[in-house]
Write a protein that binds this ligand. Structure first.
Ligand code: ZN
Length: 328
């Protein structure tokens, strides 16, 4: 019997048809070709347009952040449990994607954030950026500029290989001077908590590029079509980027917001890895207000792949609305 799938047939019709087939004595056919499971990973890149700019999201894979309760220590734990249940997500472990953005602007190849490299502090599902970059048809040697939102491990530890060789031998690295100075400061190797670990990795990845650094500044163009906006709090010198071309605009938010389900609904929550959680929340509210007022779509480093979405106001809070992928 030929099964016809149609939106006009109800599930009940299909169930009845299936029951009739079995009742008629026909057995489900056995497979004629062997098709063992293939394993492997999810698609690692997605290409789209921003006006005249060709944009590609390159996945660096997933980070395992452990318990959401530990990551938002001051948030009501009942709220975390409720939201994650409503989103059909585990609250432990809380997983975050890593979406690196590549722009092809007038024959320049510009990479935003480098992924975490080979470090497995946050699990073994990360560190896939270089592989996925090449799968997308882009060689690391073609990258002219690496533009950083900030100097945390998951954003800059992919700049050098384990032996210290430059992964992007022809690139200039753009970063705020505040973040560069803080995260490469030897004195911070004796800082509290996770700081020394992050500083050691930032020094390893950033200092080899010290002769080819360019400091970005609030309100200034990094290159035609890309403007830096100072968004401090998550790190002292965190930067977001407005990308505009041909009447289209995207806001590359970096880590001003990371978990789409928790932080749009609760923009005031404090995240354990924020340098200044109060300032981070203030910055988040300002950026949300701007993006919602101007209906500016976002590119989120940690949103579900490929990380493109709009923001909708809901009372005094917000909601994240993912943008469906388009087929070129
Ligand atoms: Zn991050």
């Amino acid at each position: 019997m030929t099964q016809i799938y149609s939106p006009y047939l109800s599930r009940r019709h299909l169930l009845l048809a299936g029951a009739a087939t079995l009742a008629g004595g026909l057995m489900p056919r056995t497979a004629l070709a062997e098709a063992p499971p293939l394993g492997g990973t999810v698609p690692g890149w997605y290409r789209f347009g921003i006006g005249d700019i060709e944009a590609t999201i390159i996945s660096d894979g997933l980070l395992n952040l452990g318990s959401a309760n530990d990551q938002f220590p001051n948030a009501p734990q009942d709220d975390i449990a409720r939201i994650m249940k409503e989103e059909f997500l585990p609250a432990d472990p809380m997983m975050l994607e890593q979406n690196c953005l590549v722009l092809n602007i007038a024959n320049r190849v510009v990479l935003f954030d480098s992924g975490i490299g080979s470090d497995q502090t946050f699990g073994d599902k990360a560190g896939r950026m270089l592989r996925n970059l090449q799968a997308a048809g882009i060689e690391p040697g073609q990258v002219d500029d690496v533009v950083l939102t900030h100097a945390h491990c998951d954003h800059c530890w992919g700049l050098v290989a384990d032996d210290g060789a430059l992964n992007f031998p022809n690139a200039t690295v753009h970063i705020s001077q505040v973040d560069f100075d803080y995260w490469t400061d030897e004195a911070n190797l004796s800082g509290p908590g996770f700081i020394p670990f992050f500083v050691a990795g930032a020094r390893k990845n950033l200092l080899p590029y010290r002769d080819r650094l360019s400091f970005v500044a609030d309100g200034k163009e990094v290159m035609p079509g890309v403007t830096a906006i100072s968004t401090p709090g998550h790190t002292p010198g965190h930067i977001s980027y407005v990308i505009a071309s041909g009447g289209q605009t995207f806001l590359n938010v970096g880590d001003v917001v990371h978990h789409y389900a928790l932080l749009f609904e609760n923009p005031g929550w404090r995240f354990a890895f924020d340098s200044d959680p109060g300032m981070a929340a203030e910055t988040r509210l300002k950026l949300f207000d701007m993006a919602a007022s101007e209906e500016m779509p976002m590119i989120g480093y940690h949103f579900p792949f490929p990380g493109l979405g709009n923001i909708r106001r809901e009372g005094s809070a917000y909601a994240y609305v993912p943008i469906p992928m388009v087929h070129a």
